[in-house]
Write a protein that binds this ligand. Sequence first.
Ligand SMILES: [Zn+2]
Ligand SMILES: [Zn+2]
Length: 400
Amino acid sequence: MDLDLMLDNITNGIEMSKELFRYLHQHPELSFKEYQTREFIKEQLQHYGYEDIQTNVGGGGIIARLVGGQEGPTIAFRADIDALAIHEETNLPYKSVNDGVMHACGHDAHTAILLSVAKQLINYQTEIKGTIVFLFQHAEEVKPGGAISILKSGALDDVDKIFGLHVRGELPFDGAVEYCHGYALAASDTFNIRIQGNGGHAATPHKTVDSTVVAAFLVQQLQTIVSRNKNPLDSGVVTVANFHSGGGAGNVISDYATLSGTVRTYNPELRQMIKQRIHELTEHICQAHGATAVVDYLDGYPPLINHFEETELIHHLFETQFGQERVFETEARMGGEDFAYYLEKIPGSFYYIRAGAFEEENYPHHHPKFQIDEDCLQVGIETILTIIHHYHFSKVGVLQ
Ligand SMILES: [Zn+2]
Ligand SMILES: [Zn+2]
């Protein structure tokens, strides 16, 4: 099978891919509640001719298998399908009709890309060496996420390699693809702290335990974890994102204060140390001031670590397919992704396609004006077909 021919078919069918994307964009659903999206994906796959379709995998995942006519490896491709609790502020003709819910991370594009590949590939079933697994994953955005339960279900036990892509909306679309060796995305934990003081009249502070002052002191001290406790050669972030105290009156000392934020790390020991220091600092600072506190620390996704061999493979495949000028190595980031769980169990790689709709400045992911250029769909489809061609069609066609 000729890759160029397959790519020509994709170019001819690109309007269909855009239609899929627009439909999904217009009908976003929240994590763990992607009911109609899942139904839509299943119907599309059935319509293309797929028979081996598993639904509700690990709760809400959909897995379609294309078992080829010849021996070969089993390779999975993952698209996440969920949207965010954001009120869309774009002027797109296909803007969200579900008020307060928006595809502001590009998962609509991921789903449209993978469906388009599935549609194209079924025509080549007899020629395929091995099995192609199309994995549509629910709930990437909300912890514990869909990936971990899909893995636990055992549905991916026979998978030899796994690949996933993410659009990068903050960079203008220019046809470029980015790969990342090793650490790519951080472990992302969250914490909530409630500091209980003893409120009272603002004119008699000596009769109170002022939770605002204690919380303010704690915010300052939490900064020392990164600046004084962390090895400077290790990457780590501690951000206090929210601080609430008091009910609005200027003559009342607040009874309690709440803080919440996020911790991002790569190194598991550093991750553990930061968690412990947050507990220690909170406890001791509160004790020193006569307050008490409850720390609710939630372990999030593990760090996403790309496998060397598979990352090198896609690097070379993409350079051959797109030319060196369109392929870039990118640096690790402190964002998080539950694709990390798959890579703990299955060799593979997670890569990016540049996708921003605007030439100059683009809105970041999770922004109400987040917008991607639809032409990135074609690049996404081409990247997956290139990988599939290597594993399932090429003469060598053996596991790398
Ligand atoms: Zn997101
Ligand atoms: Zn995302």
